[in-house]
Structures are given as structure tokens and as C-alpha cells.
Design a protein around this ligand. Sequence first.
Ligand SMILES: CC(C)(COP(=O)(O)OP(=O)(O)OC[C@H]1O[C@@H](n2cnc3c(N)ncnc32)[C@H](O)[C@@H]1OP(=O)(O)O)[C@@H](O)C(=O)NCCC(=O)NCCS
Length: 180
Amino acid sequence: MIRSGKVGLRARYEDDIPILRTELYNDVVNAARAEGGPWRPVTPGSKDPRLVVDDPPESSVPFSVVELAGDTLIGTATLWGIDTHHRGAHLGLGLLPAARGKGYGTDVVAALSHYGFVVRGLRRLQIDTLADNEPMLRAAERNGFVREGVMRSSAWVLGEFLDEVLLGLLVEDWQPEARG
Ligand SMILES: CC(C)(COP(=O)(O)OP(=O)(O)OC[C@H]1O[C@@H](n2cnc3c(N)ncnc32)[C@H](O)[C@@H]1OP(=O)(O)O)[C@@H](O)C(=O)NCCC(=O)NCCS
């Protein structure tokens, strides 16, 4: 398990799947905003790539997020788009509604950064998020990510085009113990 602050990143367990499906992936607004694509319902038992326990592609590492104190599932985190030639990857995370706004997201970004830089030897990590996603922007910036650009009207989200912000962090700028 990768630990940072109050959270741990561990493997996806079968028992996690119904909770993540109900609370994250079948939530239309959350899925439309956080997944970068149109919402589609997930059928129980289906092998949706966001939920499968085994055989994820080499370029993506899915984790379940637990709160260390209670060992309870609080969300999902993924290092995706892993590129071993350019040595970069993207971070993705989604917390269950009851777990948001308590500092866990900031800890998850720290844990994913540790996994990307230390365990995988990557040099650059990236986060892509909607421009109005203040908690995501803050969680990224608290971990040293800097805004590198705005992609204007790049996301179609439930009836409107929204801007996306691209944030990056290079390993030489990463200060795991210091949060701004
Ligand atoms: C985005 C997300 C991962 C952030 O995690 P979180 O645990 O809620 O965020 P934190 O509690 O660590 O807060 C991070 C910062 O945002 C601030 N914040 C939290 N909720 C906020 C809100 N609703 N509005 C404005 N600021 C907020 C916090 O005060 C904190 O700021 P600080 O560092 O200055 O103290 C989480 O809210 C989530 O899963 N949202 C739904 C899915 C999603 O949007 N995923 C990201 C897709 S790119």
C-alpha cells in the first residue's frame, strides 16, 4: 500500500466495486464532470474497464483509496496514460461524496505522485481538470503542480462547453514534505 497523510492506495477489491459503481460511476453529474466523456450506466457484473480487478492495461494503474484510520473505502485513484518513453503519466481521482472536502484529495495527489515518481521512475505528471473544479485545482497546487495552460471550451459537460486546465509537476520540482 502507498500511504500519504490520512489515505492509502491499495489494489481494487471485488467488494469495492458495488460501492464505486453506485456512488461514483452511476452518478450522472460526477461521471460527466470527472470522466472526460458522456455518462453511461454501469450494469452490475459488467467488466467496465474502470472497475475491473484484474488485467488492467500496462499504461494504467487503478487503485482503491482507503482512509487509513478506519480502513474504509473512500474512492478511486488512477495513474493513467503511463508513457515509459517520455516518462510521463496522468493522475485521476474521485472520492465518494461523503469523503470530499476533508483533505483526502490532497493526500491522494501526494500518494499518486509518490507512486509515479518514486515507484515508476517517471519525470513528469499531469492533471487535467475542469476549470471550475476548485477542490481539484487546489489539491494539485498544494502538491506543487503548476497551471500550464487552459484548453478553451474543450469539454462538453451536460449541455455546455467548459474550459479545462492542464497542470504539470516535474520530479525536480517535487517536494513531497512541503505543501504550499
Ligand atoms: C476533486 C476531489 C478529488 C478533491 O478532493 P477533496 O478531498 O474534496 O479536496 P480537499 O479536501 O483535499 O481540498 C483541497 C482544497 O480545495 C478546497 N475545497 C474543498 N472543497 C471545496 C469546494 N467545494 N469549493 C472550493 N474549495 C474547496 C479545500 O479547502 C482545499 O483548499 P486548501 O488546500 O486551500 O485548504 C474531490 O472533491 C472529488 O472526488 N470530486 C469529485 C470527482 C472529481 O471532480 N474528480 C477530479 C476529476 S479531474
